[in-house]
Design a binder for this molecule. Structure first.
Ligand code: WTA
Length: 645
């Protein structure tokens, strides 16, 4: 019996064009071969891929070991991730990083520059007494120095934990304490939307009490804004040696930790997701090659901040391990004007562009935003991640940005999965707006009902699970083994990894993500995915964003409340609300009509752009807000919402 009903129907489909199949890294033939190999001998296939894509200091015999669900990948193999990302490409003599700052300064670092920089900074870190296994917090914007910091940690076997630079001192403090960081690397300040953000002051506040285990705060002088030095402070420029140094990359066991990354916390206390070296790197590399068709001549711009997993896997580790050129931009998408993205693509010949639906919807909402005024001919692949992309935003991305020439890879994955799990391969899959299509080779995904039975038929919504372990899977939650088992494995008696998302197949076997399983609403016995109702709402011409939650209703069990932000203000809200009810009725059916509709300027979002539905649920149900709102991008919106609900 399906857990959730599906009511959306999308018929538009786009087959791969000849220019997507010609010279593709991964073809239909490769897919058939690899699928067969995985079926015949899973472990050998992962082993072959790991041997051909990674530079090992010592090869491995054990492909997968450990007691379920604490799996270890390639555990008797040894490698160094920074060596894989930098040392092996210096002979290529090419750009590694193109950095564009908010005030439009352009800086390019070649692989050799990056190599020299990392060696110098690794030397400095070692001189401070940091050794293998120590935790280091990186609290910096996306600039070359934060990438140097990450890769220097990797070189020395230090476990980094990047904390998004927009987080408050409370959120930062929680993370510093949870992983008992020995050092913090930060900047004095940086610019965001033309305003100065004093990161160093936030760090000082975060470690004011009970952080005696922090030995050093390393400050990169990014903005000439440091007024005074505290006892633990050391300046980046002071500790960086003037002359070149060489630091031997520490050979790490494949299952030793590369980093901890705290999940963005749209639900509950943040979890320190742990990733190891070999397995993580493997899925990063192959997905960059297969899904993004990443090639030597590409310029890859993934707009994610390095504070998120997308920034780890598709800004830093994946593309650099492939020897590609990455572009990073440290400013706000709409600053100083709303066409900034298109301007950067045009000026730097970006060929692969990877962003989030929330960014696209924001750009669509801004009247003067118009990609058609820019020459975007360099683009060949577009990607999206982070949320289901509604068909309206997909079509805009496809037609207006990609001029109907660039395939869109809608990539489904999580901080926990480390790399893309379900995504189209541009030379193979037909694209339908709104589906992330099929699981990648080796990724054994299923949709199951409440008894854990597989739902194979189309349009039966159930829990999305992964049945077999995969190399880049999380190694656990830092300091909390029980929570790891409880959160990800217990629902189906440790048989499957439980993603927490619901999904369905369509008639062609494509997977449609229907939302988080705790975002399901149950109206008169019909279990509906909030995502589908939201998608219907945002397809209305006046709606910019929509979030749907449920509250208790005497007759229906649960009723739907929709929170809406509009593209332009509308005078008659109650007429518009009626219109929207009719609209949903038309698109999905009257069962999905929102009982209540609230209009506000924007919706509460996490810093990674995800709408915090849990908070909206609290509001709709008249409950106290239990979430940490300091991690919200727009905290002030809560007061506005409280008034209108
Ligand atoms: C959602 C981001 C639909 C999903 C890489 C998942 C998506 C959560 C997609 C993980 C997509 C991510 N389509 N939903 N293409 N990609 N999600 O950990 O709910 O920040 O479980 O990792 O985002 O978010 P996280």
């Amino acid at each position: 019996m399906s857990i959730i009903e599906s009511n959306l129907d999308e018929k538009r489909s786009f087959s791969p064009r000849e220019d997507h199949t010609k010279d593709a890294n991964f073809t239909k033939k490769d897919l058939l071969r690899l699928t067969k190999q995985f079926k015949n001998n899973r472990n050998k296939t992962w082993s072959d891929l790991a041997k051909s894509n990674i530079l090992w200091d010592k090869s491995f015999n054990d492909v997968i070991s450990g007691k379920a669900p604490f799996y270890k990948w390639f555990s008797d193999g040894k490698l160094n991730v920074s060596k894989n990302c930098v040392d092996r490409h210096i002979s290529k003599n090419k750009s590694a990083i193109i950095h564009i700052s908010e005030n439009n300064k352009r800086k390019v670092l070649s692989y050799s520059d990056l190599y020299i920089y990392i060696n110098k900074f690794s030397y400095a870190l070692r001189k401070l007494g940091l050794t293998s296994g120590d935790r280091v917090i990186i609290y910096m914007p996306t600039i070359p120095e934060s990438i140097v910091a990450m890769l220097s940690c990797a070189r020395l076997g230090l476990i980094h934990s990047v904390v998004f630079a927009g987080f408050s001192s409370i959120a930062l403090r929680d993370r510093i304490i949870d992983c008992k960081a020995k050092a913090i690397i930060t900047v004095d300040a940086y610019m965001r939307s033309g305003k100065i953000i004093n990161s160093k002051e936030i760090v000082d506040d975060a470690i004011k009490v009970d952080c005696e285990f922090v030995d050093n705060v390393i400050v990169y002088e990014n903005h000439d804004a440091l007024s005074s030095k505290k006892t633990k402070d050391v300046l980046w420029s002071e500790i960086l040696p003037r002359e070149e140094k060489y630091i031997d990359p520490v050979s790490m066991s494949s299952d030793e930790l590369l980093f901890i990354l705290y999940t963005s916390g749209s639900t509950g206390k943040p979890k320190g997701i742990m990733h190891t070296s070999g397995g993580y790197l493997l899925n990063c590399i192959i997905t960059n090659k297969w899904v993004f068709d990443l090639k030597d001549q590409d310029i890859f711009w993934c707009t994610a901040d390095i504070g998120w997993i997308t920034g780890h896997s598709y800004v830093v580790y994946g593309p650099l391990a492939c020897g590609a050129t990455i572009l990073i931009y440290d400013g706000a998408p709409l600053y100083p004007h709303s066409n900034r993205f298109w301007e950067i693509i045009q000026e730097n010949n970006v060929s692969i562009f990877y962003t989030a639906p929330t960014a696209l919807r924001t750009l669509m909402k801004v009247g003067e935003n118009d990609p058609s005024n820019y020459n975007l001919e360099s683009l060949r692949i577009l990607g999206t991640v982070g949320e289901p992309i509604n068909p309206k935003a997909w079509m805009w991305y496809f037609e207006t940005v990609g001029k109907s020439l660039c395939p869109i890879v809608d990539t489904w994955w999580q901080t926990e999965t480390g790399a893309n799990m379900i995504a189209p391969i541009p030379s193979i899959n037909s694209l339908i707006p709104g589906t992330c299509t099929k699981p990648l080779p080796g990724i054994d995904v299923a949709i199951v009902d409440i008894n854990g039975e597989e739902l194979r038929d189309p349009n039966q919504g159930g829990d999305l699970v992964i049945r077999q372990p995969w190399p880049s899977m999380l190694a656990g939650i830092w300091g909390d083994k029980d929570r790891y088992v409880e959160t990800y494995w217990s629902k189906y008696s440790s048989k499957y990894y439980v993603t927490g998302d619901t999904a369905r197949y369509d008639e062609d076997g494509n997977i449609w993500i229907m939302g988080r399983s705790d975002d399901v609403v149950n109206v008169s016995g019909h279990r509906l995915g909030t995502m589908e109702i939201e998608s219907a709402l945002v397809s209305h011409r006046l709606v910019a964003e929509a979030a749907v939650v449920s509250y208790k209703h005497e007759i229906k069990g649960e009723a739907i409340q929709a929170f809406i932000s509009l593209k332009q203000s509308s005078k008659n809200k109650s007429e518009l609300a009626d219109d929207l009810r009719q609209w949903v009725s038309l698109k999905i059916g009257s069962i999905a009509k929102p009982e209540r509709i609230s209009f506000s300027d924007s919706l509460p979002k996490t810093r990674s752009g995800k709408i915090m539905r849990r908070l909206l649920r609290n509001l709709a149900r008249g409950e106290d807000i239990t979430s940490d709102t300091s991690t919200l991008e727009n905290e002030s919106i809560i007061e506005q919402l409280k008034k209108i609900v």
